[in-house]
Each structure stands twice: as C-alpha cells, then as structure tokens.
Design a protein around this ligand. Structure first.
Ligand SMILES: CC(C)(COP(=O)(O)OP(=O)(O)OC[C@H]1O[C@@H](n2cnc3c(N)ncnc32)[C@H](O)[C@@H]1OP(=O)(O)O)[C@@H](O)C(=O)NCCC(=O)NCCS
Length: 160
C-alpha cells in the first residue's frame, strides 16, 4: 500500500469509496472534486496494486496559521481495520507539521461510533466548551452544523 497526494482524477474513486463506506452520509459530491483539484498538497490517497482503497481530504486554515483541518476520511469497507486511515493521518500530520501547523481539528457525528473510536485512538480530544448536548452518551457541541445537527469537535496538538 502506498500513500500519495490526490490528483484531480481521484475525485470519482473518492466518491465511490464514500458511497460504499458510508452510504447514509450525504453531502455535495462536488466537494471531493474541489479538494482533489485545489487542495491536493493536503489530500492523500491510499492505493494498492488493485486500486484506490481510501483517502483523506484536508486543508490548511487560512485564518489560523498554526491550524490544519481534516474534512473527511473514508476507507473502502473491504480494507478497513488494516491501518490505512492511520497511515493517511500520519502522512497528513507530517505534511502539515512541515508547513508550520501545530493543531489538527475535525468534526465527527456523535452517532458515528467507529469514527469516534478511531479518532480517540489517535489521540484526538473533544472540545466541550460552549453549549453542549448529550447524544447517546456522547458530548457534542449543540447545533454545530445547523439546527439539531450536533457535532463532536476534535482537536489534536502535533508534537515533534
Ligand atoms: C473510521 C475509518 C476511517 C477507520 O479507517 P480504518 O482504516 O479502518 O482505521 P485503522 O485500521 O487505521 O484503525 C485504527 C484504530 O482505530 C480504531 N477503529 C477503527 N475502526 C474501528 C471500528 N469500526 N470500531 C472500533 N474501533 C475502530 C481501532 O482502535 C483501530 O485499531 P485496531 O484495528 O488495532 O483495533 C473507517 O471505518 C471508515 O472509512 N468509516 C466510514 C467513513 C467515516 O465514518 N469516516 C469518518 C468521518 S468523521
């Protein structure tokens, strides 16, 4: 398995992986095209001889010069629990560290148990400042993504 930067042509495989890995997740698929085309220094593909198995789409904050943000990670269902997402995150951390970033953030849906477990395992910590709400025992920021769309906001400080 190799990790490489995304290219514009990776947009469709990314769409297909999200559809397979997380069918209930709905967002405009054009966003994957935008990331692969315009943010590819911080977007990564996990690829094997048989094809693309997963991806990470992230960017450098324009507003906060020490921060980077991960929009989405997804791994093909047949390739999960083999460390692919962890490898993509390591590559992202190393890349944005070299670019002067010291903190990585992202949001997770509070009912996405596997993603919560994955991010906690990688050392992310949930922000609990501000109005919060419990969703199935998980503390989420109230209305973070709109009315009733509570989200867990994770941060990780990069060291080294
Ligand atoms: C979350 C996701 C990206 C993890 O990818 P992955 O390549 O399987 O993750 P890794 O193999 O690197 O897992 C690293 C660790 O995270 C945790 N983890 C990963 N998947 C898990 C799951 N389904 N249940 C519980 N813990 C899990 C484990 O601690 C795992 O270590 P272990 O396998 O040694 O126990 C993958 O399940 C996925 O694509 N889900 C659908 C899309 C999605 O929800 N994306 C996140 C949106 S916020």
């Amino acid at each position: 398995m190799m990790i490489r930067n995304a290219t514009e042509a990776d947009f469709m495989p990314c769409v297909n992986i999200v559809r397979a890995a997380w069918p209930e997740f709905k967002e405009r698929e054009s966003i994957y095209h935008l990331f692969c085309k315009h943010f590819n220094h911080t977007c990564f593909i996990a690829e094997e001889a048989a094809g693309i198995r997963g991806f990470l789409l992230g960017f450098l904050s324009q507003t906060h010069p020490t921060q980077a943000y991960i929009h989405l990670v997804a791994i093909d269902p047949g390739s999960q629990r083999r460390g692919l997402a962890s490898s993509l995150y390591r590559t992202f951390f190393e890349t944005v560290s070299r670019m002067g970033r010291r903190e990585v953030s992202l949001i997770v849906n509070p009912d996405n148990g596997p993603s919560l477990d994955f991010h906690r395992k990688l050392g992310f910590r949930a922000e609990e400042d501000g109005p919060t709400v419990q969703v199935g025992g998980v503390v989420a920021l109230k209305d973070y993504n709109g009315p009733g769309k509570h989200m867990v906001l994770f941060h990780k400080t990069l060291t080294g």
